[in-house]
Write a protein that binds this ligand. Structure first.
Ligand SMILES: *[C@@H]1O[C@H](CO)[C@@H](O)[C@H](O)[C@H]1NC(C)=O
Ligand SMILES: *[C@@H]1O[C@H](CO)[C@@H](O)[C@H](O)[C@H]1NC(C)=O
Length: 218
């Protein structure tokens, strides 16, 4: 076989040839996502609140709202002049009883499907999948459907529909950019929206790219 043929076969088999980029370095500090500028604001928020201290979790499927989706969410929060940068300090000034951080953690877990870097075809074939939030609070799945080529919808339990395309592969995980924040209740601070502690989240995510905690004895 000619070398050129082998090179063409390798290129054809690579993820980028399938419309998926492969990103590997910078998992602990999120810089692996620097080449996906449309998710920079949600990454800033995750870092600002320290929601993923282990960095980008590996071997999961994660849906990251784009900057327009984050701006739309912030515009709906009744604090004038709220920005991505000022959000953590503004949130810290709110009463702990509102559970802002615990509800943000719940929201984050709702954007993660554990159990591998799912390809779109596999998500659509499954139809509905449990999210990481479901491991702490049952009843929070996400539903997937194909709309057209490289065009899929993600539907929440509250029937909110987000649009997405093929994923970016980063840190052994599939990262889908979505055009809406998936808040499964009527709003993030709705008392009905569950509270999740950072410890619970880390237990579900195995500490992200940190060494996973040993499994408890059966
Ligand atoms: C990813 O998770 C799936 C489901 O738990 C498992 O079967 C697979 O071996 C894992 N892959 C890696 C690379 O850890
Ligand atoms: C998917 O298709 C719908 C309807 O044609 C369109 O509005 C939307 O922008 C598309 N989304 C993507 C990610 O291509």
């Amino acid at each position: 076989m000619k070398v050129a043929t082998i090179v063409i076969m390798l290129v054809a088999a690579s993820p980028s040839a399938l419309g998926r980029k492969l990103l590997q370095d910078g998992c602990a500090d999120f810089s692996a996502l620097a080449s996906v500028p449309e998710v920079s604001d949600i990454v800033s928020i995750i870092n600002g609140f320290g929601l993923l201290p282990g960095g980008i979790p590996s071997n999961v499927t994660v849906f990251l709202p784009n900057n327009d989706a984050v701006a739309a969410l912030l515009a709906g929060v009744p604090f004038p002049g709220l920005t991505v940068e000022s959000l953590p300090s503004r949130a810290a000034s709110l009463p702990a009883s509102l559970g802002v951080v615990e509800r943000l953690i719940s929201a984050l877990l709702y954007h993660i499907v554990p159990g591998g870097a799912w390809e779109p075809e596999a998500l659509v074939a499954e139809g509905t999948l449990p999210t990481a939030l479901e491991e702490v609070h049952p009843g929070f799945g996400l539903q997937f459907a194909e709309v057209g080529p490289a065009n899929y919808t993600v539907t929440t339990v509250a029937d909110e529909v987000a649009s997405t395309s093929d994923p970016v592969l980063a840190c052994g995980s599939a990262v889908y950019v979505i055009d809406k924040v998936l808040v499964p209740a009527t709003g993030l601070l709705d008392p009905a929206f569950p509270l999740t502690t950072l410890d619970e989240a880390l237990a579900v995510l195995g500490g992200g790219s940190l060494p996973a905690a040993p499994a408890p004895a059966p």
